[in-house]
Design a protein around this ligand. Structure first.
Ligand code: PEP
Ligand code: MN
Length: 296
């Protein structure tokens, strides 16, 4: 007998794929996340200097990215590590959008910062450490901006879907789920990449799902393989850390790709992203569904 997934996740009814099979397409600037395009979001872990950010934005755009990532407010495991540039970082991101046409995704850590971050960002990122901060989820939802919700590092799929449901309950249907690795007994990688979680989320949920191979791996050597695995599991896109000089990065340098590595990763992904446009049928989104999704 087949597992009744819908029943298992019945606490999060609005994020589940209904009988009609209609999926949510999240509108960002002039494109969608969750449709036939595989959307790559790329950039540094933290916004550092203007020249580094601009060089990265230019490069990733030319290599096919649609969204620039970069943290201005950084949740760091150590209180002594670089905490981000704050509003200056947001301004640099907005400048890079202006110059390149890339959309901007950046983390918001506190509900008091939501209005400020929403002024500069096209997508609000809720970090792994904040997935269960319900006051933040509610405030971010009410901004009306699309939300990139990262899976908590010790969150089950059911926990993850419940947090997404909180955003929908607060009037915002534009949620992108992000698998970024979970904690297990294995310590050789920074986290354990849950590829099965991506496949399961695509099966049970109507929401787009993207993979973060950078935080899952922790080491840049592993990032391209995890990116391909994520795409093969059905992810609608990627969020990946890229830096002009990873060893000099102010945060997460070990897991950041340099420009040549990013280009190679994008080239290796091509067969997967091309295959996505044709099938598997369960992942295809029709034009009609897209229009319906926008009308929500
Ligand atoms: C990040 O994207 O830089 C980040 C801090 O990610 P996570 O919340 O997944 O640890
Ligand atoms: Mn990072």
């Amino acid at each position: 007998m087949q597992e009744n997934w819908q029943q298992r996740f019945a606490e999060s009814p609005d994020v589940l794929l209904g009988a009609s099979g209609q999926r949510t397409l999240v509108p960002v600037l002039d494109f969608f996340v969750g449709g036939s395009d595989f959307v790559t979001m790329a950039g540094p872990c933290s916004v550092e200097t203007e020249s580094r950010l601009m060089a990265t934005a230019d490069h990733v755009r030319q290599a096919g990215a649609r969204v620039l990532r970069g943290g201005a407010f950084k949740p760091r495991s150590s209180p002594y590590a670089f905490q981000g540039l704050g509003i200056e970082g947001l301004k640099l991101l907005a400048g890079a959008r202006e110059a390149t046409g890339l959309a901007v995704v950046t983390e918001v850590m506190s509900e008091v910062d939501v209005a400020l971050v929403a002024e500069y960002a096209d997508i609000l990122q809720i970090g792994s450490r904040s997935m269960e901060n319900y006051a933040l989820l509610e405030a971010a939802a009410r901004s009306g901006r699309p939300i990139l919700l990262k899976r908590g590092m010790v969150a089950t799929i059911a926990d993850f879907l419940r947090s997404a449901q909180v955003i929908l309950d607060n009037g915002n249907p534009w949620v992108i789920l992000c698998e970024r690795g979970i904690r297990t007994f294995e310590t050789a990688m920074r986290n354990t990449f849950d590829a099965a979680g991506i496949a399961l989320l695509k099966r049970v949920s109507r929401l787009p799902v993207i993979a973060d191979p950078s935080h899952a791996a922790g080491y840049r050597e592993l990032v391209p393989a995890l990116a391909r695995i994520g795409a093969a599991a059905g992810a609608d896109g990627l969020i990946v850390e890229v830096h002009p000089d990873p060893d000099a990065a102010w945060s997460d340098g070990k897991q950041s790709l340099d420009f040549a590595e990013f280009d190679a990763m994008m080239a290796d992904l091509e067969p997967w992203t091309a295959a996505r446009a044709q099938g598997p049928r369960s992942l295809r989104v029709t034009e009609k569904q897209a229009l319906e999704a926008v009308a929500v």
